[in-house]
Structure formats: C-alpha cells, structure tokens
Write a protein that binds this ligand. Structure first.
Ligand SMILES: [Zn+2]
Length: 497
C-alpha cells in the first residue's frame, strides 16, 4: 500500500476544461505521489494521515519557467542595476564560484522556491565551469526535494577579469561528454529532476546549434531554453525567426523574456507551439521592455508562463510575479486611455488570467500539463496549502480565493508545500533536507540531513568568502569586456533622453 494523506475540508482550486478555476469545498486524497480523489466526505482508511484544512486554500503548486537557482550568494547586489550591469556582477561571476559554493547557492535557491510555493522550476543553470560544478548543483537540487528541469548550460568561463577575457571554447569535448553522461543518469531524484538544455549563443552557425540540439535530444532532453531580449543594446538577431529557418523551432523550445518581439515572431510562436517565460521583476527593472504575456497586440498569452529569473534580484514568489505582471499591464492599458483624455470602462485582464500563467500554463511550457499545473485526480500531488485566515488573506480568501492568492498572499501565508506526494514545508516551516539523496552526483557535505538554519548559516559564511573575491573585480573593465564579447551596441546607452 502506498502512503496516503487526506487534506480534509479545504477550499480546493480546481481548473475546468477551459482553464476556469473553480473554488470547490472538498477533501483531497493523496496516495503515494498521486492525487487519488477530490470530493466531499472522503473517509480516511487506517494509516492515512489526516490534515485538517478547514479555512485553508489548497492550490496547485506554482511553476516557475525561468530561474537561475544557483544565484543565492549574490542576493542584494543587483537592486539598482541595469541588464548590462548585471551581466558581469550576476552572470559571469559563476566563474568565481567553487563547486561547494554552487552546492550551497543552488540549495538555498531551491529551498527559497519551495518556501514560496514553487513546486516545479525550470533552472537555467549557466554554471558549467567544470563537470563538478554542474554535478554539485544537481546534487543540491535533488536534495532539496523540488521538481526541476535542470537545464544544463554550456558557457564560456571568465579566464581573466582584467583584461576581461572569456574562454573561446564553448562546446568543448568535455562539455558534450558531460551532456551525454547526465543524459544517461537522468532523471535524478526518483524522477523529479529531469535534464534540460539551456543555450544563449543563437548567433552560432546553424550546424553548431542543430548538432547541439540533436545531442541534447539523444541525451533525453525534452525542454530547450534560452534567453531572448530584443532592445537597442542587444544584437539585432531575430532568434525566433532564425531557429524557425533552421527547422528547430518546436514545442520543446522555451524562450525567456522574448521582450519586444514583433508580430511575425509572435505568429511563429503560435504556429510552432513554442513557449515564453515572462519574468516581470527583472524585465521591468532592467530595461528589457514590457512583459509580453498580456500584450494584446501580440496575442501570445497562450504560449506564456512566468518565472522569477534571479532570486539574487527579487524574491522567488510566483504569485508575486503574477501580481506585478497584472498590475503593470493594467497600468499600460489605462495609460493609453489617459493619453486620449479617457478612462477604461473595464479593468484589463483578471486575477484568473494571472493565476493560470503561474500554474497550468507553466506546465504546458514544459510539456507536463498531464502531470502537474492543476489539481485533478490522477495528476502528481504537487500542491500548496494557504492559510485563509492569515492577516493578509482573511476575508479575501473567503470571497475570492484566486484573488487572495494573486493579490493578497505572501510566502508567509503558505503553510504547507507538497512535491511528489512528499511534504517539504509544514506549519509554515521548511522540512529538513535529505543530503544523502544527492550524493550519487556529488559528495561534499558530510551531514546527512540539514535544517534550514544549518543551510542559512552556511549561506552566510559562503557569501562572505565569495564577497572577498568579488570585491576585487574591476566591474567597469568587465562591463566594457562584456560589450565587446557579446557584440552589444554601446552607442545605444543614454544617460537621459
Ligand atoms: Zn535569466
């Protein structure tokens, strides 16, 4: 008999066939890792653990489709940075991390995700300095208990910071062999962690990209993700069109941002059922352009989902991203009316539209909509329990639970998080981490289990040691070097208009 758990008497948020979310008073029975029943009055059998969910909202676990989970040790330093400033201080400093740093950074990031109710994350892991670096991060992901598409990312490491020199070899023999090795071992962690591919050099020749994609597919990769931003400083390559012309654009492709794409590229996304992850916090801050998900002129909402991108810059909460996207889109919408001396008759978009981007649409973006992203019998038990009587949520949760999740909730209101039928947060506190679960991939931490306070202590220590090194970098030199290395258009940078 599988272990079973009965969430009794909650408000269950259930999607219908048209993606409408119905708040249903019901019990939810989990058997093993599967949702076995959602109905009123389920009688627990002997041995079933019963959890009283009176005045609780039972919600699908959130799906974050673009996140650099390793970046915990960098938190706080990008608060007032543009995208260009972020490149050296947030992106390239993976080269300054040891495998141990990456283990702790990744573990801290995955645990933050779980704490804020993210049960599945697409991890754009641009950390492949060596095989050991990548394996340390996979070990931490497995140990954390989160569900992940670990998107292995061949990168150029920083060889010297002054002068700023990046390695010339990107798809080296060892990097390709590692892809193959990871493929042979994937999925990791009882199937929770599957291998994906992340790639950011779409200006490479067709045969290089096609060969990499083919090797990735041979390794079992089902999701290929890459950054794509069009704005004045970025190279003018139209990545969506380019991949389509190579015959490589299909439903497995997930772009992060796709900021400022035009109607032709939007049409290609729709035609090929490829996907986009919008990350409102970083896009709005770093001058990337308005998030595309709710832009009515593009009409690609069906292809969009949400990501937190950098928890080094903003917290990892997906409801937080729903909130930010919804309200910024409403501001843009009403501004058009304001310019003409009018006001809109109706508010733009709904809380349900935003909620769906962070749940079922996220599942579609990674081809897992039959398994996660909504609560239904037969799906995997990845879910979140909110306290409907918390100071933030009370009254809102009873009136409109979806509005309460999108606009009123904070991570503090999340009492319980379950991934793959296993409780990872309970009573508002993260459960202990099983370090043993990741040891197949990397051995570097002797303790078998870790409480959050142990993890936090290590994070503070590792951050301090890393800062010793990062404090010595000449970021001006590194920024100039980045402009050259990535063919960015320096002439587009303006102090003011
Ligand atoms: Zn990113």
């Amino acid at each position: 008999m599988p272990t079973s758990m009965l969430l009794q008497g909650g408000t269950v948020l259930v999607h219908d066939q048209n993606d409408h979310v119905k708040a249903t008073q019901a019990d939810l029975l989990i058997e093993g890792n599967t949702i076995a029943k959602i109905e009123a009055g389920i009688k627990p059998t002997a041995g079933t653990e019963v959890v009283d969910c009176f005045d609780k909202i039972i919600c699908p676990g959130f799906i974050d489709t673009h996140h650099h989970v390793w970046q915990t040790l960098l938190k706080g330093r990008h608060a007032n940075q543009t995208l260009l400033e972020y490149f050296p201080s947030g992106n390239f400093v993976s080269s300054m991390h040891t495998p141990t740093d990456l283990f702790w950074g990744e573990l801290g990031g995955a645990l933050e995700c779980l704490d804020v109710g993210t049960t599945t994350v697409v991890d754009h892991a641009h950390i492949n300095i060596s095989a050991e670096h990548t394996k340390a991060a996979i070990a931490a992901t497995v140990s954390s208990g989160i569900r992940s598409v670990f998107a292995y990312c061949p990168i150029r490491r920083v060889e010297t910071w002054k002068p700023f020199v990046l390695s010339q070899d990107l798809l080296t023999d060892w990097a390709m062999e590692l892809l193959q090795e990871l493929g042979s071992k994937s999925p990791f962690g009882d199937g929770r962690v599957q291998l994906g591919l992340a790639f950011d050099e779409f200006f490479q020749p067709k045969e290089v990209i096609a060969n990499l994609f083919q090797k990735a597919r041979e390794a079992g990769v089902k999701v290929i993700t890459g950054h794509y931003v069009r704005n004045a400083i970025m190279p003018p390559t139209k990545t969506i069109e380019v991949l389509h012309s190579y015959g490589l654009l299909d439903t497995s492709i997930l772009f992060s941002h796709a900021s400022n794409i035009d109607a032709d590229e939007a049409a290609l996304l729709l035609k090929t059922n490829s996907h986009v992850s919008c990350t409102p916090s970083t896009e709005l801050q770093m001058g990337q352009g308005d998030p595309v998900a709710f832009q009515s002129k593009l009409g690609i909402e069906s292809q969009c989902s949400l990501g937190a991108d950098c928890h080094s810059n903003n917290n990892a909460s997906i409801p937080g991203q729903m909130n930010l996207l919804l309200q910024s889109s409403r501001a843009n919408y009403s501004e058009e009316f304001n310019k003409q001396g009018k006001v809109p008759a109706k508010v733009y978009k709904t809380v349900e539209d935003a909620f769906n981007l962070g749940t079922i649409a996220g599942a579609r973006a990674i081809g897992m909509e039959d398994k996660v992203g909504s609560l239904a019998v037969g799906k995997i038990a990845d879910l979140v329990v909110f306290d409907a009587s918390s100071p933030s949520m009370v009254c809102g949760a009873q009136h409109d639970p979806v509005a309460a999740v999108v606009l009123h909730s904070t991570p503090r209101d999340i009492e319980m998080v379950i991934v793959d039928g296993i409780v990872r947060k309970v009573g508002g506190k993260l459960c202990a981490v099983d370090v043993k679960a990741g040891r197949d991939m990397w051995v570097g931490e002797e303790r078998d289990t870790l409480e959050w306070k142990d993890v936090a202590k290590m994070l503070v220590e590792k951050r301090e040691a890393l800062q010793e090194k990062l404090g010595k970098i000449d970021y001006e030199e590194a920024t100039t070097g980045t402009i050259k290395a990535w063919h960015l258009d320096e002439t587009s940078i303006a102090e003011h208009l």
